[in-house]
Design a protein around this ligand. Structure first.
Ligand SMILES: [Zn+2]
Length: 114
């Protein structure tokens, strides 16, 4: 109860706790092959796992990830160092095999501006 002089009317102080309205924004990521910033969906995530790297099409696997353009040239470039660097790993033979296999499914050139 507040004192009879009523200096503090028992009003709830309105704390505007409005959560920042989610503006529709497209997540952008940098391709480790060519360093271009692109919408996430134009990229494939590669994630570091305890037993080696893995392609992560859902983008949901835990672990350190790197993003690569869905275009072969970027994977080739990334395999020469950018990817290992981004993931802070040394790519094993198995890793390279996995990545090359995936790379082989990609188009040579980027399908521009999805
Ligand atoms: Zn790229």
């Amino acid at each position: 109860m507040i004192g009879k002089n009523g200096n503090f009317p028992p009003q709830v102080i309105q704390v505007s706790a409005k959560p920042a309205k989610r503006v529709k924004h497209i997540p952008q990521r940098t391709c480790v092959g060519c360093r271009t910033v692109l919408p996430k969906r134009a990229l494939t995530r590669v994630v570091r796992q305890p037993d080696g790297v893995q392609i992560d099409p859902t983008g949901k696997l835990p672990g350190r990830g790197a993003y690569l353009h869905n275009v072969r040239s970027c994977w080739e470039r990334a395999l020469k160092g950018g990817l290992a660097n981004a993931l802070k790993v040394t790519l094993s033979e198995a890793d390279r095999q996995l990545l090359s296999d995936f790379m082989a499914t990609l188009p040579e050139e980027a399908a521009e501006e999805a």
